[in-house]
Design a protein around this ligand. Structure first.
Ligand code: SF4
Ligand code: SF4
Length: 422
């Protein structure tokens, strides 16, 4: 990436083209041939563009590839003739035809579906591809090498490579001190049916929280919950969990629908004041514009009430007892209830760092309650109690949210003394 001075783009006025801008059916029909012609023009442009690269090489096998797969092909076959395409669609047909004519055999290496391979078949060019390379999952140099061995292009290695040490799997976790942890602890304690959504909080679906039953698409949590409620077969409380920015993006229409349909559900809006999963972008609820300027902050409670939700409560995510109580009360309400869990993300927009806590080993009874939070700062210590491991806290990770101290039955988790503190 190259950083430079911000350039000013010239202002462009609105182009008053009624037939293009207003897609009435009659206009859309008339525009369709223009779209086809434009595609052909792009294909012809790619024929002449330096983005389409023919790399001469040795041998009869010509490889056609695109994107990341090109790097793997080059690693496995550094001397082979390669046509590197600029895009999977549209194709530079003339360049492809000329390349195919020059080589006895064509092999296409592309990720997932045989899009290019099928286009070549339509063009009357015989090419191999998906019989050697998988249709599922990402490619890698190893997979591409195995494909070329299967295709008979390269020999299998004569000597077996020594076994490489296996990487210990390390599942992703919510961050230490993540404000979403308490909401999911509470819905788990309630034994609720939980419809999740797209965001970093989807990590609550895996162990140890294991607190999400469905996650389908962005904004689908509330609709899923309405569907479950209307099916009428669910005996557990039905809860939808959705992050602040996802709610703004696509959670409001299904909430309107939930109220309109009189669905018996609870919605938890996980407001961590940022769009955390995609890198901490501001949104309409952060009070800051994408240019970093002050902006109006959306008030979630007011939106919910305006939609017609009668039961709305905001709760501090770090107050575990209050969170349990509010979510229980909300789930007992007949109709749509909304809990807004309110705490900023620990990573964005500023890195939050309180004093680390520690586990008094003599007081820990190894009950593992704190482990259930899934906080990455907590791990087993060497100390044992009644055949079970006691726990310890990594002070470099702990941000002092105190959630673990709130669940500890023996008051073993406490603030660090004086110099030990972060
Ligand atoms: S206080 Fe406990 S739960 Fe919070 S970050 Fe530290 S170890 Fe994790
Ligand atoms: S909750 Fe308390 S007693 Fe239980 S394992 Fe954690 S520190 Fe030990």
């Amino acid at each position: 990436m190259r950083l430079g001075e911000r350039g000013e783009a010239p202002e462009r006025a609105f182009i008053d083209d009624f037939h293009k801008n207003v897609t009435l059916p009659a206009h859309a029909r008339a525009n369709r041939p223009k779209v086809i012609a434009r595609e052909e023009k792009v294909g012809a442009y790619l024929d002449d563009s330096p983005l389409t690269r023919v790399e001469e090489g040795k041998g009869d096998v010509g490889v056609i590839t695109v994107g990341m797969a090109y790097s793997y092909v080059r690693e496995v076959l550094p001397d082979a003739p390669v046509l590197k395409l600029a895009s999977s669609w549209p194709l530079p047909k003339e360049t492809i035809r000329a390349f195919a004519k020059k080589h006895k055999r064509i092999i296409v290496v592309e990720e997932l579906e045989p899009l290019i391979e099928e286009q070549l078949a339509i063009m009357g060019i015989e090419a191999g591809g998906k019989e050697f390379f998988p249709r599922a999952g990402e490619l890698s140099p190893e997979i591409v090498r195995a494909g070329f061995i299967k295709a008979g292009v390269i020999e299998p290695p004569k000597t077996k490579k020594p076994a490489e040490p296996e990487i210990v799997p390390r599942p992703p976790l919510l961050c230490a001190g993540c404000p979403h942890i308490s909401s999911y602890m509470a819905v788990r304690a309630l034994d609720a049916r939980v419809c999740g959504d797209i965001g970093c909080y989807t990590l609550a679906a895996i162990e140890p929280l294991r607190a999400i039953d469905t996650c389908v698409a962005m904004g689908a949590s509330i609709g899923n919950a309405v569907g479950l409620a209307k099916a009428g077969t669910e005996t557990k409380p039905i809860i939808a969990t959705i992050g602040d920015s996802t709610f703004l993006h696509s959670g409001i229409p299904p909430l309107i629908d939930a109220v309109y349909m009189k669905a018996n559900i609870t919605v938890i809006i996980l407001d961590n004041h940022i769009t955390a999963m995609t890198g901490g972008q501001d949104n309409a609820a952060t009070g800051v514009s994408l240019r970093g300027e002050p902006a109006e902050r959306v008030d979630f409670a007011k939106i919910c009430k305006a939609i017609g939700v009668k039961w709305v409560r905001e709760t501090d995510s770090y107050d575990l007892g209050k969170m349990y109580q509010d979510i229980r009360e909300a789930s007992e309400y007949k109709g749509v209830s909304v809990v807004i869990s309110n705490r900023p993300c620990v990573l964005d927009p500023v890195r939050i760092r309180g004093d680390a806590l520690e586990v008094k080993q003599e007081a820990c009874v190894a009950c593992q309650s704190c482990m259930n939070l899934g906080c990455p700062a907590i791990s087993w210590s060497d100390g044992m109690y009644d055949g079970h491991h006691k726990v310890k806290i990594d002070k470099t990770l702990c941000i002092g949210c105190s959630l673990c101290a709130q669940v500890c039955p023996s008051n073993a988790i406490q603030a660090m003394a004086g110099e030990e503190r972060q």
